[in-house]
Design a protein around this ligand. Structure first.
Ligand code: NQM
Length: 354
């Protein structure tokens, strides 16, 4: 499935080994990791195409579907199920409808999805005219060519997804390793800082960012220091926190971003990363102060500029406490790319539960 600006195979939980170590070996074999080109598997030689979705019927009252996201890397043998992925999340309901885990409700179908990675819940609505998932439509998201049917995601509770709370250091702004940062987690742990504070404009291309070894070394040092300050321990081999450079908007949006996820620059921005960036823009005295151009409305449409366009997030704030974001909604698209069996070496697993 393509989910938003990510891509990867989706599995019914029942089709994978129950034992986690064996499941992870299977997923590594499926994707062809570790290998920079993932030549012996389905991975697309980039973190955004080294993702796996695992779905089953909901196991808790009120929840329709359980989703476990797994982040693999092309050149590492890791299977990380700690963070969320709001892009792969967009493909969960289409996958569940395609495989008969849930049935269409009418012209549109809405289901409550629990992301097992962090316990986050959301309501996802997809178009299902004539009892089938509709993939064609006129919704456009930057980072994906063409248009598709819209998928709306309404997040119900995102604060402190991996960290202990929205502001895991206890402050909206810290100075860590000599740089002013906002460490924040409203769905994705992020360290945000001004691009000019690391001697860059924040408007560099993805290729320029990825080729900038000096910047990457500087950012990684900062990331490791921030990981400790955020209560995440030693994050050297973890995929979070992600590192977000910010700059004033250039195309009429709210602010401009470049995201390291965490070692390569994202072509656009992650879904929950965009929600988290938007949330930082709402907070007084975050590093976005004086940079972000913010709407005054209670329901704030925040346009996060990124290397291939922009990502709009709708945030609702508590009227009694405008620093408190109570709801986040956004638009994604997804598409079924193929269905079938993926072959792995029998020495890894023979494909049978018993
Ligand atoms: O932030 C990339 C992506 C993501 C994660 C990453 C994501 C999110 O664009 O919710 O979707 O940050 O590694 O798929």
């Amino acid at each position: 499935m393509r989910g938003g600006t990510s891509r990867g195979p989706f599995f019914d939980t029942a089709d994978l080994p129950d034992d986690i170590a064996r499941r992870d070996r299977v997923l590594l074999a499926v994707m062809g990791s570790p290998d920079k080109r993932q030549i012996d598997g389905l991975g697309g030689a980039h973190p955004l195409t080294s993702k796996v979705g695992i779905v089953r019927r909901g196991s808790k009252p009120g929840v329709d579907l359980d989703f476990l996201f797994a982040q693999l890397q092309p050149d590492q043998d890791t299977v990380d199920t700690t963070p969320n992925c709001g892009n792969m999340l967009a493909a969960v309901v289409p996958f569940a409808l395609e495989t008969g885990m849930v049935t269409p409700q009418g012209d549109t179908s809405s289901f409550r999805v629990l992301t097992l990675n962090t316990g986050m819940q959301c309501d996802i609505t997809v178009h299902t005219p004539a009892g089938h998932v509709e993939y064609d439509g006129d919704a456009r998201i930057d980072g994906v060519p063409g248009t598709s049917a819209p998928i709306t995601i309404n997040f119900l509770d995102t604060a402190g997804s991996v960290c202990a709370g929205l502001l895991p250091t206890g402050h909206v702004r810290d100075v860590i390793d000599g740089i002013a940062v906002t460490c924040i987690d409203n769905g994705m742990p992020l360290v945000m800082f001004r691009a000019t504070d690391v001697g860059r404009t924040g408007y560099e291309s993805v290729a320029q960012m990825d080729a900038d070894g000096e910047l990457k070394t500087r950012i990684e040092r900062l990331r490791i220091a921030c990981g400790h300050a955020m209560g995440l321990g030693d994050v050297t081999s973890k995929n979070h926190p992600k590192m977000t450079l910010i700059a004033p908007p250039r195309h009429g949006g709210s602010l401009c971003t470049r995201s390291f996820i965490p070692h390569v620059c994202h072509d656009s921005i992650g879904v929950l990363a965009a929600v988290t960036v938007g949330t930082a823009c709402v907070l007084d005295d975050s590093v976005c102060d004086g940079i972000a151009v913010m709407p005054k409305d209670r329901v704030k449409k925040i346009s996060v500029e990124h290397p291939t366009g922009e990502f709009s997030v709708e945030l609702e704030v508590d009227p009694a406490n405008p620093q408190n974001v109570t709801r986040a909604a956004l638009l994604r698209t997804a598409r079924l790319l193929m269905r079938g069996e993926v072959m792995i070496s029998a020495s890894v697993w023979k494909g049978r539960k018993s």
